[in-house]
Design a protein around this ligand. Structure first.
Ligand code: HEM
Length: 301
């Protein structure tokens, strides 16, 4: 496990993972990675084999700390995956990307779906009293639509790139459909009877995303824009996946909150999302592996 994901003594709960949030450094969208510095890859977080986790956690959870961690780290890992996808989309333009690149896109979309589920395991009341309230304080119309790293890959999620109908992109199509179903599902789960923060605010239809809103969004998710090398980029994604693995192995996907669980996807409701429940770490590991290969090919480019 990487440095910074150590453990601290817990009062009667065994060792608690630290789950330290850190700033995520990313280039501004549209800018490339910086020339490689004298940096080395950190250890592969899953190098010892894929850790196992319980779907229903057993140990009691520190609610405030764990779900805040999940919300921020889950978003940061998503931003990094979008970045890796943007690298492919940026140079493929109108032609079908090669098989390795299509595999990478599909794996990143699947991993983003797994992260949507992971981030949304927060009990609904806690989400409304803490997380959603904090987002509304950041801006009354705070929205995922402000995510700067999503814009370059948005068309993929809409099936809007000319090559996406090619038969070689079938698995990507399945992943995109699962992603849309997952976002709809978790939105309905956490906010069953309400419009999004954006839709709630006055006079917003068609609102353009200003740089200021993007900065507020970045700032909320501890994301800092600055030149980053590909090795640093990989290390940051590895650290996020490592932290999530530590969290899941300790708390389970659906943590034990004062003796209760708050499952998001269940057998009856699951549909396309069920594969994410036991598969979160496997799916993240696969995306991390392909992104690492892709980015290391680009080192020195
Ligand atoms: C779990 C983490 C979440 C992530 C990473 C996320 C991400 C995103 C992104 C990237 C968009 C832009 C989509 C586009 O422009 O095509 C978006 C839009 C949207 N999201 Fe989420 N989302 C999350 C959770 C939620 C939740 C809990 C809700 C509950 C209401 C929600 C409701 C919406 C809605 C309604 C939109 C459409 C734009 C708007 O009206 O705000 N999302 N989200």
């Amino acid at each position: 496990m990487n440095a910074g994901q150590g453990r601290q003594a817990g009062a009667g709960q065994g060792d608690l993972p630290v789950l330290q949030l850190r700033p995520l450094f990313l280039p501004t969208p549209g800018h490339g990675f910086e020339a490689p510095a004298d940096e080395t890859l950190d250890d592969d977080v899953m190098g010892q084999g894929l850790p196992e986790y319980n779907v229903f956690g057993v140990r009691p959870v520190d609610v405030e700390r764990v779900f805040w961690y999940r919300w921020i780290a889950g978003h940061q890992a998503s931003f990094a995956l979008w970045w890796a996808m943007g690298d492919v989309v940026g140079h493929s333009r109108d032609t079908v990307p090669g098989p390795a690149e299509v595999d990478l896109l599909a794996a990143c979309v699947e991993a983003y779906s797994a992260l949507l589920l992971y981030s949304s395991t927060v009990p609904r009341t806690h989400y409304h009293h803490h997380i959603r309230r904090r987002m509304a304080l950041q801006h009354p119309s705070f929205s995922g639509a402000w995510a700067p790293d999503y814009r370059p890959v948005r068309k993929i999620f809409r099936g809007g790139l000319p090559w996406q109908r090619d038969p070689s992109c079938a698995a990507l199509g399945v992943a995109v459909a699962r992603n849309a179903a997952t976002h709809d599902y978790i939105a309905g789960h956490l906010v069953p009877d309400g419009p999004s923060l954006l839709q709630q605010s006055i006079g917003t239809p068609g609102v353009a995303v200003s740089r200021e809103k993007e900065e507020l969004y970045d700032n909320f998710f501890l994301t800092v824009r600055r030149p980053v090398s590909r090795v640093r980029f990989i290390n940051q994604l590895r650290a996020r996946v490592g932290g999530i693995a530590t969290d899941l192995t300790h708390h389970g996907l659906y943590p034990n909150v004062e003796g209760h669980h708050h499952p998001v996807v269940t057998g009856q409701s699951g549909g396309m999302l069920m594969t994410l429940v036991p598969g979160t770490l496997r799916i993240l590991d696969e995306a991390l592996r392909l992104v690492t290969e892709q980015q290391l090919q680009g080192v020195g480019a």
